[in-house]
Design a protein around this ligand. Structure first.
Ligand SMILES: C[S@@+](CC[C@H](N)C(=O)[O-])C[C@H]1O[C@@H](n2cnc3c(N)ncnc32)[C@H](O)[C@@H]1O
Length: 259
């Protein structure tokens, strides 16, 4: 979607339709937060772009949140600042206004991710931090056997990491972020050891990729997974994951500082 949706949604997903239960399923995870905090370094003022309900906005920082969707802004807890209604591609701040800029699980939705990243670079004096998924790795997950169209959608949407790094310029590092077995932020890979969770339509809806496949495909997926869980077929193939404390999936944090 390059136009704004009814609720202001500015990306390729319509949060006016799917956003309602987001904060219920997508609570920030403390272990993932550590990776973001480390990448932000000693920043004090931070702009969070595509801030949604405020995940990963540390109370120790002075955060300015930017979020175009009214449904997502409405889910911000009272202790967080109200979000500015704006889009990544046109940030309403002066050059070098913040110590750092961050964006989590958002860049793949922007209508022009390069313009958005250039804007983040422009308004931040120090690190630009992007938590995203590597499209080359998203299919390396058991879910691909059950819902290939969902992960094909993800692989198409997520910008190639090398392109992100090139647009950001400066000195850029890319770090894999291990996903904890009890991850509280319910993106698809967060359920690597809890496949039952993906039988919950609300959990699926909190991952926007599912909104790009039709209801029939979602029902077929749920029937197949339920069948394999009931028969033990899932556990026979993937059950060892239930005991694995962390999963190295497609989640990465990209950090760029000016050269
Ligand atoms: C999956 S949610 C992530 C929200 C939050 N950052 C988090 O980690 O929970 C993606 C967010 O990006 C926002 N978004 C989509 N397109 C955008 C754009 N062009 N500019 C700014 N935010 C955008 C959506 O409205 C949505 O709130």
């Amino acid at each position: 979607m390059s136009e704004r949706g009814v609720d202001g949604s500015a990306g390729d997903a319509d949060y006016g339709t799917i956003g309602g239960g987001y904060a219920t399923y997508r609570q920030p995870d403390a272990r993932i937060e550590q990776a973001i905090t480390a990448a932000l370094g000693g920043a004090r003022t931070v702009v969070n772009v595509g801030a949604g309900a405020g995940s990963y906005e540390s109370a120790a920082l002075e955060v300015t949140a930017v979020e175009p969707s009214a449904s997502m802004r409405a889910q911000r807890p009272a202790h967080l600042s109200a979000a500015v209604d704006a889009v990544a591609e046109n940030l309403p701040f002066r050059d070098d206004a913040f110590d750092a800029a961050m964006t989590t699980f958002s860049v793949h939705q922007w209508s022009d991710f390069k313009a958005g990243l250039r804007e983040m670079r422009r308004v931040a004096r120090g690190p630009v931090v992007v938590l995203t998924c590597d499209p080359d790795l998203v299919r390396d997950f058991w879910l691909y056997e059950y819902a290939p169209e969902v992960l094909d959608t993800e692989a198409r949407r997520y910008p190639v990491i090398a392109e992100l790094a090139e647009v950001l310029g400066g000195r850029t590092t890319v770090t894999r972020v291990p996903i904890p077995v009890d991850c509280t932020d319910g993106f698809n890979e967060a359920y690597y050891a809890r496949p039952e969770m993906l039988l919950d339509p609300g959990a699926r809806q909190a991952c926007s990729a599912w909104s790009f496949v039709d209801e029939q495909s979602r029902e077929r997926f749920a029937a197949n997974l339920r069948g394999d869980l009931d028969s033990g077929a899932w556990d026979a193939r993937f059950g060892a994951l239930r005991q694995q404390p962390f999963y190295e999936g497609s989640l990465v944090v990209i950090r760029s500082v000016p050269a």
